[in-house]
Ligand binder design. Structure first.
Ligand code: SF4
Ligand SMILES: [Zn+2]
Length: 575
């Protein structure tokens, strides 16, 4: 059965024999020659009709998930995709009494990029898992960034690679994506699937059924499918907490790991390229959930900003800033970061958001730790006052203060009417001068692609804004490439088909300009809290490698290799 019939204009239903021809064309479009042909699809539907779900948009097949029942495949020493799926036909591999689900394929058309379709398809498998009381779900993932990573780190072993983390999340693009759905690596499978970029490796992933053997499975399935909040609670409970106590037999973790995981949700060490030291430094990112942005409370906030949802989520932490800070410090026990970068989803200098005692506590912490050279905080201009800055710089002593200000655009109409920033250029310049007077530096946020601009216009505007910011004394710039967070005006425009994030080709075009001019511009990450529903992307063929290349730029100041791809021809203006 299907659990969600329609969402975002996409309908879902079980595949039937009459869909086979269309599905084979779709598979070929997505996977090329390795896509399932009519014989395989037909055999899957005949063998296990309930395990084949398609997504349709305006009559076309745009997504397909197929699964089968198996026994505990984690006990097998190694197997290929071909072996575990009977070469994609499942007639010999599907075991009707099997206690586990195995994912045969999940395919999403590139036109659906950023529409969360893979999550929606996977939700059907999760629903099936709960309703049919299966023990868990297995899936074999590619690791398409492994070959590229190995080029730079020739001694890396694949077993170590799959454990690598960046910002607390798995480093591999697909592993990270599945990890966000709760599927965790069990082991490496060699010669799993012919895939050059993965060096033919696959990774067996596993998600346990949180309701195995529970009663009222129909109600639980309904809740799971229909109530996102219930799912979020389960994510937290079963993905972050329970595995550490239960020592899940398929994924091994420890209680110590749980504390680490909680610490990492507030505190992360990130490698970052320093324009001034011309090398990679370690930056300690501290997510301090304050009481939320006043601008958002008073006006509804900036059109792209969903941070209020993150600050609302952590209400219980607000009262315990110092306790949280001590927990967060676990992450830096064995490292010596050069800077602390505080994100609080609002204004650090607003006492209503971050208590003044904690502001001072943090200044003292930076001042008294030799290895810390700089404190970076964010604030709206109205809270940047002479009193605040003189207090901060006095306690910090010879340590540098940098203040991030959301400028977004040099154009008054775009900044105040489209982004709804409520900020004049005169005020921005006044605060830049004030900060400089006290020896502090300014980091300006520049937004790439506000609502209503084409990619081409967004490119032009971002370049003009960077030039303007540098001309008025800004020291560094962070380019925020638009991503869509639910519950924002931007998400409304996105759902109505009026907005998409910039393509990665546009981001690369801005990067080319930045590099040609040697501007001190960081490229902001493509994710945040809450998790975006759409991010800058190209087609699935080139996106993973471009993400990796941009990440390399963020970390090392060197842009990784950019693939050539047919999808660039649809962005001719960018060539
Ligand atoms: S972008 Fe900054 S100023 Fe705008 S609503 Fe979000 S936190 Fe507030
Ligand atoms: Zn492409």
């Amino acid at each position: 059965m299907v659990f969600i019939k329609k969402k975002n204009g996409i309908s879902f239903r079980l595949a039937t024999e009459t869909d086979v021809e269309k599905m084979a064309i779709f598979e070929k479009d997505v996977w090329g020659e390795t896509g399932a042909d009519e014989e395989k699809i037909s055999s899957r539907i005949k063998t296990f009709p309930g395990g084949n779900i398609i997504a349709l948009y305006q009559g076309d097949v745009v997504g397909y998930i197929s699964f089968e029942y198996v026994d505990n495949v984690a006990k097998m020493s190694n197997f290929s995709w071909s072996e575990i799926t009977d070469n994609g036909k499942i007639s010999q591999s599907h075991s009707p009494q099997g206690k586990y689900i195995y994912g045969v394929t999940i395919s999403v058309h590139r036109s659906m990029n950023g529409k969360n379709l893979s999550t929606l398809l996977m939700l059907h498998a999760w629903g099936h898992l709960i309703l049919n009381n299966k023990t868990g779900v297995f899936l074999g993932s590619r690791i398409p960034d492994f070959k590229n990573y190995k080029k730079w780190h020739p001694n890396i072993d694949v077993n170590d690679y799959i454990k690598l983390r960046r910002n607390g999340k798995l480093r591999g693009y697909e592993l990270r994506m599945y990890g966000e759905e709760g599927l965790l690596p069990v082991k490496v499978l060699s010669d799993y699937f012919p895939d050059e970029a993965s060096l033919n490796y696959g990774v067996l992933l596993y998600l346990e059924n949180p309701f195995y053997r529970w009663p009222f499975r129909r109600i639980l399935t309904w809740l799971f499918m229909k109530a996102p909040l219930f799912r979020k609670f389960l994510d937290w409970l079963f993905v972050s907490i329970v595995p550490y106590f239960t020592r899940n037999k398929n994924t091994t973790k420890t209680r110590k790991g749980m504390i680490k995981s909680i610490s990492e949700s507030y505190s992360v060490i990130k490698n970052k390229y320093s324009f001034w030291e011309k090398k990679t430094i370690q930056s300690w990112l501290l997510m301090l959930p304050g009481s939320g942005c006043e601008h958002h409370k008073k006006t509804g906030g900036c059109t792209m900003c969903g941070f209020h949802q993150a600050t609302d989520k952590y209400t219980h932490i607000r009262l315990f800033f110092k306790a949280m800070f001590l927990l967060a410090q676990r992450v830096v026990r064995n490292v010596r970061p050069q800077e602390i970068f505080v994100f609080n989803g609002g204004s650090f200098f607003n006492d209503k958001e971050i208590p003044v005692n904690f502001q001072k506590y943090l200044y003292r912490h930076v001042a008294s730790n030799n290895y810390l050279q700089r404190l970076v905080v964010e604030s709206r201009c109205e809270y940047i006052t002479a009193d605040k800055i003189s207090l901060a710089t006095k306690i910090l002593g010879n340590k540098k203060l940098m203040v991030g200000i959301g400028l977004e655009s040099q154009d008054d109409h775009i900044r105040n009417k489209i982004v709804c920033k409520s900020l004049t250029k005169a005020r921005f310049e006044e605060k830049v001068n004030l900060l400089k007077e006290y020896g502090a530096d300014v980091l300006a946020y520049v937004f790439l692609k506000p609502i209503g601009l084409t990619d081409e216009e967004a490119f032009e505007e971002a370049i003009k804004t960077i030039k303007y910011a540098l001309s008025v004394g800004v020291k560094e710039i962070a380019l925020s490439c638009a991503f869509v967070q639910e519950g924002t005006k931007m998400s409304q425009a996105y759902h109505e088909g009026r907005f998409t994030p910039p393509s990665l080709w546009t981001v690369l075009k801005v990067i080319a300009e930045i590099r040609a001019n040697n501007w001190p511009v960081h490229i902001g990450g493509f994710s945040d809290e809450p998790k975006p529903i759409a991010i800058p992307c190209n087609c699935p063929d080139c996106s993973p490698q471009i993400y990796e290349a941009i990440e390399q730029l963020r970390e090392k100041g060197i842009l990784g290799s950019i693939p050539t791809c047919n999808c660039l021809t649809t962005n001719k203006s960018l060539i």
